[in-house]
Design a protein around this ligand. Structure first.
Ligand SMILES: Nc1ncnc2c1ncn2[C@@H]1O[C@H](COP(=O)(O)OP(=O)(O)OP(=O)(O)O)[C@@H](O)[C@H]1O
Ligand SMILES: [Mg+2]
Length: 265
C-alpha cells in the first residue's frame, strides 16, 4: 500500500504524487498516475522502454548510467494505470538554474554544466545504442542530485523505438525544445535528442533556449552548446558517445585536470 502526501507535478497526461510505501521495502516513492484511461498505453510504453534501457545498462562497457526503474504498477478503481518509482532526490534543471540565480549567478555555473551534460549524454548514449530515442527531453526531464553529480533522464512515455525498423515517428512536439524535424514530421534520429539536450543546457546555464542566447562564458563552451542546437538535422552532432568524449576534452582544455567539486544548491 502507498500513502500519498504531495503532488509533485501535473504533466500533460499524468499526475505525479509523492508518497511512501510500507511493507517489505519501505521508502519514499513517486506515483505517476494516468489522468485518463486513454493514456494508459503511454505509461505502459514507458515501462516497456525503461525495461529495455535497464537491460542495456547491464552490459559492462561504458560509464555508469542511472536508470530509474519502476518498482510496481497498479490500477485505480476507475481503471487508470499508475507506475510506482523510487522517489529521486534531485532537482530538475529549472530548479537548479533558479537556485543558482537566487545567489546572483546567471544560472548553473558552466563548470557544473559539464558534468550534467556528461551524465545526460551517457544516458542518451546508452538509449541510442539500444535503438531508443527519448523524444521529449526538456528541463523537467533531467533530474540532478547536486552533491554526488547524479543525473537521471526521466519520462520515457514519448520514446521512439527503433524508428528505422518500425517506422515510428515522433509522438509529441515540445514548443521550445523539439528539433525542427519534429514539427516537420521528419525522421527521428539521435541528433533530435541531442538538439533538445543542447537547448536544455542553454536553459540551465541561464541562457534563452528560444533564441539560443547565452550568458558570458568560455567561447569554446558557448560554441559547443550552439553546435548541439543547430537547426539543420544533418549539421549538428549525431552521436551521444562522441559528444561525451568531446565534453571531456573541452573540460580539460578549459579547466585542466578534472577535480570533483560538489554542487551546493
Ligand atoms: N521518480 C521521481 N522522483 C521524484 N520526482 C519525480 C519522479 N518522477 C517524476 N518526478 C517529478 O515529476 C515531474 C513529471 O514527471 P514526468 O515527466 O515523468 O511525468 P509527466 O510530465 O506528468 O508525464 P507526461 O509528460 O508523460 O504527461 C518531473 O519533472 C519531476 O519533477
Ligand atoms: Mg513529463
Amino acid at each position: 500500500t502507498y500513502q500519498v502526501t504531495t503532488t509533485l507535478a501535473n504533466g500533460e497526461i499524468s499526475t505525479v504524487y509523492g508518497g511512501h510505501t510500507r511493507g517489505a521495502t519501505p521508502g519514499p516513492v513517486a506515483l505517476k498516475i494516468a489522468d485518463d484511461t486513454s493514456d494508459n498505453d503511454l505509461l505502459q510504453h514507458e515501462i516497456r522502454v525503461i525495461g529495455m534501457l535497464a537491460a542495456a545498462s547491464e552490459q559492462p562497457d561504458g560509464p555508469i548510467v542511472h536508470i530509474a526503474r519502476p518498482r510496481d504498477q497498479f490500477r485505480t478503481s476507475d481503471g487508470r494505470l499508475g507506475t510506482v518509482f523510487d522517489h529521486l532526490d534531485g532537482f530538475d534543471l529549472t530548479q537548479v538554474r533558479d537556485r543558482c540565480r537566487a545567489r546572483g549567478e546567471p544560472g548553473l555555473p558552466p563548470k557544473h554544466l559539464i558534468w550534467v551534460l556528461r551524465r545526460a549524454l551517457a544516458a542518451l548514449g546508452l538509449a541510442h545504442k539500444a535503438g531508443i530515442l527519448h523524444g521529449n527531453l526538456d528541463p523537467a526531464h533531467l533530474l540532478v542530485r547536486p552533491h554526488d553529480h547524479n543525473v537521471w533522464v526521466i519520462d520515457w512515455c514519448w520514446a521512439v523505438v527503433n524508428p528505422a525498423r518500425t517506422g515510428q515517428g515522433f509522438k509529441v512536439i515540445n514548443e521550445v525544445y523539439s528539433a525542427p524535424e519534429v514539427r516537420d514530421r521528419g525522421r527521428p534520429t539521435p541528433a533530435s535528442d541531442l538538439y533538445a539536450l543542447g537547448k536544455c543546457a542553454i536553459h540551465a546555464v541561464g541562457g534563452d533556449p528560444a533564441t539560443k542566447t547565452l550568458p558570458d562564458m568560455d567561447p569554446r563552451l558557448a560554441r559547443f552548446l550552439k553546435f548541439m542546437a543547430v537547426e539543420s538535422q544533418g549539421g549538428r552532432p549525431q552521436d551521444a558517445w562522441e559528444l561525451y568524449q568531446q565534453v571531456g576534452l573541452l573540460r580539460k582544455q578549459i579547466w585542466g585536470a578534472h577535480e570533483f567539486v560538489p554542487l551546493e544548491l
